[in-house]
Design a protein around this ligand. Structure first.
Ligand code: PTJ
Length: 268
């Protein structure tokens, strides 16, 4: 996919590039139209975060890298938004932690499954799972619960970026260790996760890969210590605090008002 010409010094460069990628994903039959809405919601949270990786998210990204390296069978789940936004980056992460990639869609159609597998393969992926669909996540209807038995079905650790709350809960109930990337700390998916990453996927995935490369020679004991030092509740609370207190980090206009401390964050 060719990126549109946007000058790199444009103040909204990253945001415009992201929008273009999502639009192009819809045009190519990779991303669902609902994916556009999901992106808009994500952007609002990213704006409140200051469009940066806060320290607690960086800690989560390091813990995620350690957890993926410790796993016996890690799987990275790819939906239409992930495929449009970070196709090369998710392939690089799978290589760095020796994980399977599995296309797993909320709105599953065979055409979109195939288009995403092809797109990932064009970015260097091999043996992408998801098309077999011979397993299921208990507690969900067929369309939403279909997985590969030897992919997500058999995984011990699953990375599920931009996941819907029901499926995140059902996967956790199957005993999977879940790593969720989601910009909304009030959403059920990160609240269900062992490791919630409150960051934009375009920053999060390359940073998990960097941490994995940094931890490549660590012993299991050292990796376990990184995972154990991470506190999911603290990370969620820290992201919510940054958003409520309006530490915009330069991304917001000077007259932007901080959100009211009493306003609840949306729970999906
Ligand atoms: O391709 P499919 O059919 O599997 O559908 C994918 C979407 C994302 C459309 C589907 O899973 C969906 O409707 O998701 P939700 O319920 O809208 O949740 C998406 C979550 O991802 C929301 O909490 C958003 O804030 C968050 N989000 C959106 N864009 C980003 C993001 N989080 C991190 N990085 C983003 N770029």
């Amino acid at each position: 996919m060719s990126d549109v010409e946007i000058p790199e010094d444009h103040p909204r460069y990253a945001s415009l590039l992201t929008r273009h990628r999502i639009e192009a994903g819809v045009d190519k039959g990779i991303t669902s139209r609902q994916g556009l809405i999901a992106q808009g919601r994500g952007e609002a949270f990213d704006y409140l975060l200051g469009e940066r990786t806060i320290d607690s998210a960086d800690a989560a990204e390091r813990a995620a890298a350690a957890q993926l390296l410790l796993a016996d069978h890690p799987v990275l789940s790819v939906n239409g938004n992930v495929a449009a936004l970070v196709p090369g980056e998710i392939v690089a992460l799978a290589e760095a932690v020796d994980a399977d990639l599995e296309v797993n869609l909320f709105n599953r159609t065979e055409e979109r499954m195939r288009a995403i597998v092809d797109h990932l393969e064009a970015h260097g992926a091999e043996n992408v799972k998801g098309l077999t669909g011979d397993g299921e996540i208990p507690g969900l209807d067929h369309a939403r619960g279909t997985v590969d038995a030897d992919g997500i079905g058999a995984a011990d650790v699953v990375l599920v970026p931009l996941e819907d709350g029901d499926r995140a809960e059902a996967l956790a109930e199957m005993g999977k260790t879940e790593i969720v990337i989601d910009l909304n700390p009030g959403s059920r998916s990160p609240q269900t996760a062992a490791i919630p990453i409150i960051d934009n996927i375009i920053r999060a995935v390359p940073n998990v890969t960097e941490h994995a490369q940094d931890l490549a020679d660590a012993t299991d004991e050292e990796l376990r210590a990184v995972v154990d030092a991470f506190d999911a509740d603290e990370a969620l609370a820290d992201a919510e605090r940054v958003m409520r207190e309006g530490e915009f980090g330069g991304a917001a206009p000077e007259n932007a008002e901080a959100p009211s401390p009493d306003a609840p964050l949306a729970d999906e």
